[in-house]
Design a protein. Structure first.
Length: 642
């Protein structure tokens, strides 16, 4: 089973505006960031400063260790909708035996001791196990994509729109580098901002047995522009939209004469394959070493795609996710380098974002994307440098980044292209935009929009498969130091009973409404637990990690139910933004679905990925379930008012 789990959820509100801190962007402050690192050095924990971005780090509490009884009581409850009575009885016995054992107390004591000596007892383990230690393809299995709202570029040419977005990126980078950006907060409580060190000038570096994150010095002011599978270094310092657009036009003229080697396809291969290939590339020549470093040290990448622009939401999603307009074309991994964040602009000037997920979850990159799109749309940043401010770099023109390839590497490239094509041909993708209603209507029924939409997913799956879906909903835990995510186990005994009632014509709408509210309340309670780092999965993960060599793994962890209850058939995560037309990521188990979603004022949006070849069918089921739930709730409401 793939351990890597998408963790992009922004369930809790983010009162920090997309443009928060923008007023600082013109301040003449050039303070270097706290942690500038030479090539090859991963970032270490940041110390608190008196500047806004990291000022609260020293006050953020450490991730707690839940009690054994709390975790295993919740664990048993999450098994109820999934198991038969006999299986439940067996697992209750396993849980009771474990909790009464000295070994359980020993494992808990080890975890508590670990927590005393670290900023986070979980962070190192989770980053390696779920991300860096994963050796499969990060496309489709790790990275994610945002589809920028269509029309924000107002019909501009590709190079002009790209130049605007790069200018906004530079302004946001200034706020991060100078630590002037306001920290994200939830209910007035600051969140851990540690991951912002990997927003710019950073890359995931392939190494064995596990990859490493690399943050290059922040005084690298160049972007790398990809066009026709060729790579160009473009300096941004002191350059406005006009000069950047001219540089991008020149890139297009240079690149369109001949397709490049497309070395970036290697970043979509197995991580061990890419590790060996990268080492070989660097060993061939100093030119290659400089080329790799130029790409990895860039602020981020800018992909100027050629050919006809994708027109449908599905085609745009395929292109931004994997480099092509459908599952066949996406298999080429065209014009991408997946180890870094990438802004993608198509030939019509529409744009999107591909996120490297290993060290950042979705909330920081969504905030960055909202800043880029909002600041340009609202005219909040200077698109041209102040009069008299000239570029300081000697590199006034785009500089092509060239790779010297030998026969061995060319063979590896061909195998990588073939393998990626075969992998992506297995994928099915559907973007669904339900326009029947959104959170405005949901709130009239006095319930949580997220709980409502999660019950829609449970109902859709139940109608398709006749049983509850083992469901992962990601919940951020960044109110704790180095926190990332915890799981909301969305399938419950209450959600199962609700779905059964929806399929039973003998149950009244009033009774269905009562059962829905019980299921929603249960979901809300589990969401609160998860946000407080009191869920099931991270604690059980930590206990199992502390089983020493030569010790027996407790039977409760070896039982089939343990694996089944974390076989995430629905991997769900919410990010909602008026600046996106949708977003998504890959499924996390072979027979499952990646199910991103957004809750708009009057819309519900899903991004569906699967190898089951039924993404459209799932989309239809979600829309039908959404409409069905609304009708039941409205009929029940009228009945109650009569």
């Amino acid at each position: 089973m793939l351990l890597r789990i998408l963790s992009l959820n922004s369930r809790t509100s983010r009162p920090v505006s997309a443009l928060s801190g923008l007023q600082h962007s013109a301040m003449p402050i050039a303070v270097p960031p706290k942690r500038q690192l030479s090539t090859g050095q991963p970032v270490k924990n940041v110390a608190a400063t008196n500047k806004p971005l990291y000022a609260s780090q020293s006050t953020i509490p450490h991730l707690p260790v839940p009690t054994l009884s709390s975790t295993f009581h919740k664990y048993y409850e999450t098994l109820i909708p999934l198991l038969t009575p006999a299986q439940l009885k067996h697992n209750k016995s396993l849980i009771d035996d474990f909790l009464s054992s000295d070994y359980a107390k020993t494992l808990q004591s080890r975890l508590e001791e670990r927590a005393k000596g670290k900023d986070s007892w979980l962070s190192e383990w989770w980053n390696e196990t779920a991300y860096m230690g994963y050796r499969g393809r990060i496309i489709p299995n790790v990275s994610y994509f945002y589809i920028h709202k269509k029309g924000l570029g107002k019909g501009q040419k590709q190079e002009e729109r790209a130049a605007e977005l790069v200018r906004a990126t530079v302004e946001f980078k200034k706020l991060v580098d100078n630590e002037l950006l306001e920290p994200e907060k939830v209910k007035g409580q600051p969140l851990c901002m540690e991951s912002y060190h990997y927003l710019f000038n950073a890359a995931r570096i392939p190494t064995k047995p596990a990859d490493v994150p690399l943050a290059h010095p922040k005084d690298n002011h160049h972007v790398v522009v990809l066009r026709n599978n060729r790579y160009f270094k473009v300096d941004t310092e002191g350059r406005g939209k006009t000069e950047l657009a001219e540089a991008f036009r020149e890139v297009k003229k240079l690149a369109d004469g001949k397709e490049g080697s497309g070395v970036g396809i290697l970043t979509a291969d197995n991580r061990d394959v890419w590790t060996d290939a990268r080492d070989h590339i660097i060993s061939l020549s100093p030119t290659n070493k400089a080329a790799v470093e130029a790409i990895e040290s860039a602020i981020l990448l800018v992909c100027l795609d050629d050919g006809p622009a994708p027109t449908t939401d599905d085609a745009r999603a395929w292109s931004i996710w994997a480099g092509g307009h459908d599952r066949s074309a996406a298999g080429k991994g065209f014009n991408r380098w997946f180890d870094k964040h990438q802004i993608i602009v198509d030939s019509s000037g529409e744009s999107g974002f591909n996120g490297e997920h290993s060290m950042l979850d979705g909330t920081p990159t969504l905030r960055m994307n909202e800043f880029l799109l909002a600041s340009v749309a609202q005219g909040k940043i200077p698109l041209e440098p102040p009069e008299g401010e000239n570029a300081t770099s000697l590199m006034a023109r785009p500089e092509e980044i060239v790779f010297e390839l030998d026969g061995k590497l060319k063979e590896v490239l061909e195998r990588s292209k073939k393998g990626f094509g075969e992998e992506m041909a297995l994928q099915d993708l559907k973007m669904v935009n339900f326009t029947g209603y959104g959170k405005e209507l949901i709130k009239t029924h006095k319930t949580s929009p997220d709980a409502w939409v999660q019950m829609v997913k449970q109902l859709a799956f139940f109608r398709l498969h006749g049983r509850p879906a083992v469901t992962y909903e990601s919940c951020q835990t960044r109110k704790y130091l180095l926190g990332r995510t915890e799981v909301i186990r969305s399938a419950s005994a209450e959600s199962k009973t609700f779905c059964e009632a929806m399929l039973d014509s003998n149950v009244s709408d009033v009774d269905r409404e009562k059962l829905f509210r019980k299921a929603a309340s249960r979901h809300i309670q589990y969401s609160v637990w998860a946000a407080d780092a009191q869920g099931v999965d991270r604690h059980m993960f930590g206990l199992k990690k502390l089983v020493k060599e030569g010790e027996d793994v407790p039977a409760v962890f070896k039982d089939e139910a343990f694996g089944r209850s974390s076989h995430w058939e629905l991997s769900t995560s919410q990010l909602s933004s008026k600046f996106l037309d949708g977003w998504g990521y890959g499924e996390v188990v072979e027979d499952g679905y990646g199910l991103s979603y957004a809750i708009g004022d009057n819309t519900l949006t899903w991004g569906i990925t699967t190898k089951n070849n039924d993404a459209a069918q799932m989309g239809d089921a979600l829309c039908a379930a959404a409409e069905e739930l609304k009708e039941v709730m409205e009929r029940a409401k009228k009945a109650g008012e009569a």
